[in-house]
Design a protein around this ligand. Structure first.
Ligand code: ADP
Length: 424
């Protein structure tokens, strides 16, 4: 599922990237072309004017010759000397006759004459890009009118060299565009993978949690069913005679109720609904209160239950959650200790932090298990699990500590004892 999502996200990013790159590349290309063409157009326009001005300055030659217009202008050093543009020229009079031309080896004035005719007729300038023969040309036809009548100056350029440059620019843009897109796609694939990792981890955790939860719920259910089956099969037996089976079933319902209660807490924690209901209260009193009940159970087990509490330590926290945390730690200490003692302490350390410690001389936790002890459904000794334990207590305790920004740590040695420390 996540692989497909990963690919889909990358493909989606890819499409956006390709569109973006195409937009940028076409933008750059077209903008450069427009700027270039505009520049050229202006240069050709002023070149046409320069040639027109030159024609006017050659009046003398024109009159002496008596011919229609200025043959004498003809391959002029002055004209060529001032030439600013690498272009060819053709000049027409008002009878559309070509009166002067400077052309390349490939002459195209015949093909472009209609443009001059159009210009003179329409009394307007024109600028066209046209393919003539094998090459593209840029042709500027400028219309002039003065006391000698109308004329047109046509300036044209072969764009073969530019075309090569443009096609080179296109290739460069294609290559950089595609390779850039490919590189960005790879990077985005890697980043998407990274971004998806926490989501995937959370999803896997959630799946495991649901699987574990249903497994844990099935166990007491099976026990209840088996015990009730025995009772049902004994048609003549009284309730008293079947008390043992009914007791078994009843205690399993208690386990189930506890499990469901804890599952609900964790579900709320996952949904971020575990909002804190902060109030100020005496932590000393809460611990004393919890330990009153626990002390009775500990004494029944023959344990030495000691309380070392500093007087009236107050905290601002979520009362119910902190109380639950204390119950979990003290309950575990009593539950996992068969002989020796359980010590519960509360004091303010030298850094003015309030410290709550539950220490026992119980079975302890193996080194390998220590790092996983706060995981959901984790029980260090799976064989011993049916002591009413669910494997959820410590994960809830850790969550409560975390949302209060407290630190909960554990030190333990197998068969020596454990020490849980909560720093507030
Ligand atoms: P459980 O409901 O099984 O007690 P917890 O989350 O409270 O679940 O504890 C997880 C596991 O950590 C327990 O199953 C037990 O193996 C171990 N553990 C917790 N507290 C102690 C302790 N004080 N001494 C030894 N082992 C402990």
């Amino acid at each position: 599922m996540f692989k497909r999502l990963h690919f889909r996200l990358t493909a989606f990013m890819g499409i956006i990237l390709i569109l973006f790159m195409a937009f940028i590349a076409t933008g750059i290309y077209n903008f450069t072309r427009i700027v270039f063409e505009n520049g050229n157009r202006e240069m050709m326009k002023s070149e046409a004017l320069r040639i027109y001005a030159y024609r006017n300055s050659s009046q003398f030659d024109f009159r002496v010759n008596g011919n229609t217009v200025f043959q004498r202008i003809g391959p002029s050093v002055a004209l060529m000397g001032n030439q600013k543009l690498d272009a060819c020229y053709v000049i027409y009079n008002d009878k559309y006759e070509r009166v002067y031309a400077v052309e390349d080896e490939i002459k195209i004035s015949d093909e472009i004459q209609p443009l001059a005719v159009e210009s003179i007729k329409g009394k307007k300038d024109s600028y066209v890009l046209q393919k003539i023969g094998r090459f593209n040309y840029r042709i500027y036809t400028r219309y002039f009118e003065d006391d000698k009548g109308s004329s047109a100056v046509q300036v044209y350029q072969n764009t073969v060299n530019e075309d090569i440059l443009w096609s080179f620019l296109r290739t460069v843009l294609y290559v950089t565009g595609w390779s850039g897109t490919a590189i960005l796609l790879i990077i985005s694939y890697l980043f998407t993978g990274q971004a998806l990792k926490p989501v995937r981890d959370a999803w896997i955790r959630q799946k495991e949690f649901v699987a574990d939860a249903s497994h844990e719920l099935r166990t007491p259910l099976t026990v209840i069913q088996t015990n009730l089956d025995v009772v049902l099969s004994d048609e003549e037996g009284t309730v008293v005679e079947n008390e043992m089976w009914l007791d078994n079933a009843y205690s399993e319902t208690k386990v189930m109720a506890r499990l469901i209660d804890q599952l609900l807490i964790l579900a709320k924690a996952d949904a971020n609904e575990g909002k804190l209901d902060i109030s100020e209260f005496s932590l000393t009193e809460v611990i004393e209160n919890v330990c009153q009940n626990m002390g009775i159970i500990a004494n029944k087990k023959g344990l030495d239950f000691q309380l070392n509490l500093e007087d009236n330590i107050k905290i601002k926290a979520d009362y119910d959650k902190v109380r639950r945390l204390i119950v979990i730690l003290v309950d575990n200490a009593v539950k996992y200790t068969e002989k020796g003692k359980v010590t519960v302490s509360l004091f303010t350390d030298k850094n003015k932090r309030k410290v709550f410690i539950v220490e026992d001389t119980g079975i302890g936790i193996a080194k390998n298990d220590l790092s996983r002890i706060f995981d959901r459904f984790y029980r260090a000794d799976k064989a011993r699990h049916r002591e009413g334990g669910t494997g959820l207590g410590l994960s809830i305790a850790k969550w409560i500590a975390d949302i209060h920004k407290y630190t909960l740590t554990v030190e333990s040695t197998v068969n020596v004892g454990s020490k849980f420390t909560l720093k507030m």
